[in-house]
Ligand binder design. Structure first.
Ligand code: AMP
Length: 417
């Protein structure tokens, strides 16, 4: 039976949503509220082939959710709120508590709150989004889908940091990894492609390169995350739009001493003023940097080469972790759209037997390797909202089954367990 599921991503001043019809995957409506908490709020929604933009006072996330539901009714996208079957929420950090998506009850909400020390700028606003939907749609089940959950399969040899273990015990300092929803989507999509082609997906070794403004790489075996480039926070690993990625950690205390920088200033420097933006001294957007580089801008060319080097190095390292490779996948804004970055990365990986078909790459085809390549190379558009909606369906069905079992037990024994 067809179900309507919201996939929601609440940020500190924004709320992105899609309303999907499942299992058809049809996007009924999608949009974003921006500048929540101000009188200059913006609400954009696409539905029925139209795109509407509204400027409005947006005092809170709660107000935005109510406005969204009113708009869906007013525009006759839905006839009644009873048509909404579930709401899936992207939640940044599940710590070690959540290795899968979960039905949201009071206990889950309090664990997400407890985990806010690991993601102080995300978990509390994710909870605000959940609370807003719970209030506006009290009969509808909510599911939390964690950015970290897919990587809970990492073994200690990959998630431990070589620092005294008391910090893991005291503060749970370890590698968590992020972009899990995207990497899991890629893992499932590639496995399905293999099976469609009559090949076994068992033990399939995939390296998923999620290259967007935030960027991470994930080594996947048999559908499970084996290693990933982001760490305790999303700052680690690759060079990104405005994040440094890995640097010598001693640079931090050195700069703090030399420039009298606070911990917050260092955090801002590495998260907001570094990466492609810092090296190109131009932009965090690869499109601008490619254009400048083609016009002879040396800093832009350096930024691109550094960005590519890190990607290729990480792919090479993960081929070792996976003891081989079946599929290298490019996804997200840059991975899906920049033929140049894909070409530069693959050229550096020729020495490991990976080869590009240049015209397939230029045309953005699904498979872009040439016949000599030892592994397939693919472009797969990621779809985190669809993954959230699918997980929401799965978890709501499980919840319903377990409450039916519970009701059955109560009916038989006359008491709850
Ligand atoms: P995302 O975070 O996945 O939305 O990706 C955003 C990034 O994708 C932007 O910062 C751009 O650098 C990049 N991007 C989008 N379209 C293109 C394109 N046609 N060529 C190169 N980069 C692109």
């Amino acid at each position: 039976m067809s179900k309507k599921i919201f996939a929601v991503n609440a940020g500190s001043s924004s709320l992105k949503f899609q309303l999907l019809d499942m299992p058809s995957k049809h996007v009924i409506a999608k949009g974003i509220f921006e500048k929540i908490g101000s009188q200059q709020g913006i609400f954009t929604m696409e539905f029925k082939g139209r795109k509407e933009k509204e400027l409005l006072d947006l005092p809170s996330h709660q107000f935005a959710v109510q406005h969204l539901l009113d708009a869906l009714l007013k525009q006759q996208v839905i006839r009644s709120l009873d048509e909404i079957d579930g709401v899936g929420h992207r939640v940044a950090h599940g710590g070690e508590s959540f290795g899968d998506s979960v039905y949201v009850d009071e206990r889950v909400m309090s664990i997400i709150e407890e985990l806010a020390f690991l993601a102080p700028s995300h978990n509390p606003v994710n909870l605000t989004g959940i609370a807003a939907f719970k209030k506006a749609l009290p009969q509808v089940g909510n599911v939390a889908v964690f950015d970290t959950a897919f990587h809970q399969s990492l073994r200690p040899e990959f998630f431990c940091y070589p620092i005294p273990s008391r910090y893991y015990e005291r503060y749970q300092i370890r590698k968590y990894g992020f972009h899990g929803t995207s990497h899991q989507y890629i893992a499932e999509k590639v496995a399905a492609l293999w099976e469609e082609q009559g090949e076994s997906a068992a033990d399939l070794r995939i390296i998923s390169c999620h290259l967007g403004n935030g960027a991470s790489i994930c080594a996947i075996k048999n559908g499970c995350s084996v290693n990933t480039s982001m760490g305790f926070t999303p700052l680690a690993g690759l060079m990104m739009g405005s994040r440094s990625g890995d640097i010598d950690p001693m640079i931090l205390p050195f700069l703090m001493q030399q420039e009298g920088l606070t911990a917050q200033a260092i955090s801002d420097l590495l998260n907001k003023e570094s990466g492609l933006l810092a090296v190109s001294q131009l932009s965090n957007d690869v499109r601008d940097i490619v254009e400048a580089s083609q016009q002879g801008d040396g800093k832009a060319a350096l930024a691109l080469q550094m960005f590519v080097n890190r990607i290729a190095q990480t792919v090479a390292a993960y081929i070792t972790d996976l003891a081989g490779l079946d599929a290298l996948v490019f996804t997200a804004g840059i991975g899906e759209h920049s033929a140049l970055i894909r070409e530069m990365v693959i050229n550096k990986l020729n020495c490991l037997g990976l080869f590009l078909n240049p015209s397939a790459n230029e045309q953005g085809q699904l498979f872009i390797q040439n016949k000599d390549s030892k592994a397939k190379i693919l472009i797969v558009p990621t779809d985190e909202e669809l993954m959230i909606a699918q997980d929401t369906m799965r978890i709501l069905e499980l919840e319903q089954q377990s409450s039916e079992i519970q009701t059955h037990k109560v009916a038989r024994t006359g008491h709850t367990t």
